[in-house]
Design a protein around this ligand. Structure first.
Ligand SMILES: Cc1ncc(COP(=O)(O)O)c(C=O)c1O
Length: 416
C-alpha cells in the first residue's frame, strides 16, 4: 500500500502515465475525450452564458442558482435539454422524465446504488466500457455476467439464457438484474445495435423484469442516418409497458468532460426512486449551478453551435481514419466501420496477442492504443482486439497514425 499521496500536479486526466497525450514521441490513439481544438470556443461561449445566467439570477431569481436545487434539476434546464433532444432524436424527450446528473459515470453509479438488489446481477456485453466494469466491481456483492456480442448488437439468445439462469425475486430493490450496454456507437466496438436487437432486448427485459441501462453518451454523433435509440422501443402505449429502460446521457463528448453535466431519462415508475433517494435530496440537484449555465448556453444557441462544431470535427476524423484502415489494414484483420461515435475496434489474427503487439508498437513505432482485454470482465478475453479513438487528435495526425499502425501490423504479422 502507498504510504504517501505524492502530488503529481496533473492538469487533466490525460496528462500522465500511459495516457500522457503530451508525450511528444508517442501517438496516443486510445484517448476517448474531445481534443483541445474541439473545445476552443468554450471559454467565450461559457463566459457569455455565465453572464446571461447570472444577470437573470440577480434580476429575477434571487440568486437561486446558488441554492440547493430541486433534486431533478430546475424545470427550465430540463426543458432546454428535452427540447433540443426531441428535435435531435425526432422522438419525444419529456422534461418531466429527466434528472440532471454530473455525467454518465455518476448516472450509472446512481442507478447501481439505488435500483439494484446488492445480491443481484449485472449483465454486460462481452466487451464493454472498462470504467463501467471497474465501477460495478466496487459493488462487491454483485455478479457480473458477460454476454456474447455480435456485429449487430448483443446476442439475444445468449442474453436470454444468462438471464433465465440467474433471475430471482428481489425483496429489497426494484430490480434483481441490470443489463448495462452502449447500444449506439458502442464503446469499445463502435457498433450500432440493430432495431431487431433493440426490440428483442426490450421484450426480454419485460419478460424477466430486469432493467436496461443505455449509456447513451455517443447518441448525438451519428455520421450517417440517425438511428432510433433503444429507449424508444420501450413504447409507453404498449399493453405490457412497465418502464424497463433508462437512458444515461452526457454533454461530456460535445461540450467538454470538465463541464460534468449529464442527465438520466427515466420511465414514470423509476424516476421517484432516484428523485426520492437521500443522495439526490441532500445534493439538491447534483449540479444546480453548472446546469443553469448550460441552460443559458442553450437559450443563447451557443450549445447548439458548439455541438455542431464537435460533430463536424469528429465526423471528419472518423471518415478519414476508417478510410485509411479500410485501404491499408492487412486482409487478415477485421474492421467494422462505425457509423458514429468515437471508437474503432480492430481484430487481428487469433494466433497473435494485442498485448504483445502493443509492446512492439510502443518500442518500434511509438503508437499507443488500448488492448481488448481492458474491456472484458475477466481482463483476459479480448487479446485479439484493440480499440482506437478518433476524438482527441486532428484529422492529419490520426491519418498519419492509422497509416503507421497499419505498417506496424504488416511488419508484426510477417515477423510472427
Ligand atoms: C460508454 C461511456 N459512458 C460514460 C462515459 C463517461 O461519461 P461522463 O463523462 O459523462 O461521465 C464514457 C466516456 O468515456 C463512455 O465511453
Amino acid at each position: 500500500m502507498l504510504k504517501s499521496n505524492a502530488e503529481r500536479k496533473l492538469k487533466h486526466l490525460f496528462d500522465g502515465g500511459d495516457w500522457n497525450v503530451y508525450e511528444p514521441n508517442i501517438l496516443k490513439l486510445g484517448v476517448g475525450a474531445p481534443g483541445t481544438d474541439i473545445m476552443a470556443a468554450n471559454c467565450d461561449n461559457f463566459r457569455a452564458a455565465t453572464d446571461h445566467c447570472l444577470e437573470r439570477e440577480k434580476r429575477e431569481n434571487q440568486s437561486l442558482i446558488f441554492q440547493y436545487g430541486p433534486p431533478s434539476g430546475t424545470f427550465e434546464v430540463r426543458r432546454e435539454i428535452s427540447t433540443y433532444f426531441t428535435e435531435m432524436f425526432q422522438s419525444p424527450v419529456n422534461s418531466e422524465d429527466l434528472i440532471i446528473t454530473t455525467g454518465a459515470t455518476q448516472g450509472f453509479h446512481l442507478i447501481l446504488s439505488t435500483m439494484l438488489d446488492f445480491e443481484g446481477f449485472v449483465f454486460v456485453d462481452e466487451y464493454t466500457f472498462m470504467v463501467a466494469l471497474d465501477m460495478i466491481k466496487h459493488f462487491s456483492t454483485l455478479t457480473i455476467v458477460p454476454v456474447k456480442l455480435n456485429d449487430d448488437g448483443v446476442d439475444l439468445r445468449d442474453l436470454e439464457e444468462q438471464v433465465f439462469k440467474r433471475r430471482f425475486q428481489s425483496k429489497k430493490k426494484e430490480f434483481w438484474g441490470i443489463y448495462y450496454t452502449i447500444p449506439t456507437y458502442h464503446n469499445p466496438t463502435g457498433i450500432l445495435f440493430s432495431p431487431e436487437v433493440c426490440r428483442g432486448i426490450v421484450q426480454l427485459a419485460r419478460k424477466y423484469d430486469f432493467l436496461v441501462v443505455c449509456d447513451d453518451v455517443y447518441n448525438i454523433l451519428s455520421y450517417g442516418e440517425k438511428p432510433t435509440r433503444l429507449m424508444s422501443y420501450d413504447v409507453r402505449t404498449d399493453a405490457d409497458f412497465g418502464g424497463h429502460v433508462i437512458s444515461n446521457g452526457s454533454f461530456s463528448k460535445v461540450l467538454g468532460p470538465g463541464v460534468r453535466l449529464g442527465w438520466l431519462e427515466l420511465p414514470p415508475r423509476l424516476k421517484p426512486i432516484i428523485d426520492g433517494c437521500g443522495f439526490a435530496n441532500s445534493s439538491g440537484c447534483f449540479n444546480n449551478y453548472t446546469s443553469g449555465i448550460v441552460g443559458s448556453l442553450f437559450e443563447l444557441k451557443l450549445a447548439q453551435k458548439q455541438i455542431a462544431v464537435a460533430y463536424e470535427a469528429y465526423k471528419e476524423r472518423m471518415l478519414a481514419t476508417t478510410q485509411v484502415l479500410r485501404d491499408e489494414l492487412p486482409a487478415c484483420c477485421k474492421l467494422v466501420s462505425p457509423t458514429g461515435g468515437y471508437f474503432i475496434w480492430v481484430r487481428i489474427p487469433d494466433q497473435l496477442d494485442c498485448r504483445e503487439f502493443l509492446k512492439y508498437c510502443l518500442e518500434n513505432h511509438k503508437i499507443y492504443f488500448i488492448v481488448g482485454t481492458r474491456f472484458s470482465a475477466d481482463g483476459q478475453s479480448g487479446k485479439q482486439f484493440f480499440r482506437l479513438s478518433i476524438a482527441f487528435y486532428p484529422k492529419e495526425k490520426l491519418v498519419d497514425g492509422a497509416r503507421r499502425l497499419c505498417n506496424a501490423l504488416k511488419d508484426y504479422i510477417v515477423k510472427h
